[in-house]
Ligand binder design. Sequence first.
Ligand SMILES: NC(=O)c1ccc[n+]([C@@H]2O[C@H](COP(=O)([O-])OP(=O)(O)OC[C@H]3O[C@@H](n4cnc5c(N)ncnc54)[C@H](O)[C@@H]3O)[C@@H](O)[C@H]2O)c1
Length: 394
Amino acid sequence: MPSHIHSTTKVHRIALIPGDGIGTEITTAAVRALRQLSATLSTFTLDFTQFPWSSATYLQEGHYMPSDGLAQLKKFDAIYFGAVGWPDVPDHISLWGLILPIRKTLGQYVNVRPVRMLDGVTSPLKGVQRAGDLDWVIVRENSEGEYSGQGGISHEDELHGVATEVSVFTRVGVERVVRFAFEVARGRPRRKLTMVTKSNAQRHGMVFWDKVFWEVAREFPDVETDKMLVDAMTVRMTLDPKSLDTIVATNLHADILSDLAAALAGSIGIAPSSNLNPERTAPSMFEPIHGSAPDIAGKGVANPVGAFWSAAEMVRWLGEDKAADVLMEAVENVTRAGVTTKDLGGKENTEGVTEAVHDIYTMASAISVPNQSLEGNSLPPAYILSTSPRLSKR
Ligand SMILES: NC(=O)c1ccc[n+]([C@@H]2O[C@H](COP(=O)([O-])OP(=O)(O)OC[C@H]3O[C@@H](n4cnc5c(N)ncnc54)[C@H](O)[C@@H]3O)[C@@H](O)[C@H]2O)c1
């Protein structure tokens, strides 16, 4: 690259945490795609720093990240995460040793999970044939609720052993994620938001969530709203997917619904997840929604599409809209051509799909991306511009 480009090109510092299992494989694929993307566009560069924080580290050293790990991460512009969890370590230790402290401490209180049919991908649902048939954004509360970590176990090995797992819903926590979801819904063509809870059976926290939702809804009269109980929501997602657009739900409910959503859109291997600090007081974190998949780890067959889509969301968050569009265009050209892994019915491995995306960049020496954002592909520009939910004055 000519030296004058260095002086004008933006540099984004990225902390890379590949983690465990296929997390390492898909992170390698994503970094390759991102390097190729910045080389092709020459408008920005990515400066990666890799952190070897994994279950192997935990087994050797007794911790996932060092005591100053979170402080180290704060120096970066964004974090790219693979997956954490391995059969040798109980899952609650791996999650609470790495990913949950990052989300909570770095103020990543919104988790955005777009789901849609990519070209060339087949849904298990009969009625879902083309992109618009399933095009959702799930906004998940990411800092409290059922994953607040409050509770305990007493008399564990006794007959009278008792355990509590306390869900915590604060006004601040509910209001900020609900307002963010309304902003996302308002930025999408259908302006439609569905709120999911279980406020028939859970009569305190969920009723409070509903109440705060309807209060915030008054500020968004231009957004159509409706409410679903989480059990009925699984039915609606399966039988009437076209009736949904933006969805907001608690930490646990949205976690479960987004796995279902990914499967309905073809595979858990394609879905991205953005853990956002909307005020940008600390880096946000981007990762595919899937886990470390020990059953296929080391075989080189993991679907890298969710990793690529997460990488696209990351560069969009960093202000590189064109790069995000180019990357998603390349990915969708590849799925359209049927170059897919086994989970999508194809014959390729991780390397083959990554290579195909790479080839598309190479072929597109004079890339011209349509000016409009690929609607529904990721979040609309309004999403980027409206990411500082205001807490109402009370
Ligand atoms: N954010 C995270 O780091 C995260 C998320 C979920 C689970 N986990 C952890 O991952 C481990 C495994 O969890 P799990 O089995 O419940 O969920 P998983 O997502 O790892 O795997 C579920 C199923 O989907 C398949 N799959 C997942 N990603 C795929 C991909 N990219 N391509 C093709 N197939 C794919 C797997 O082979 C498996 O059959 C556990 O330790 C769990 O705690 C971590």
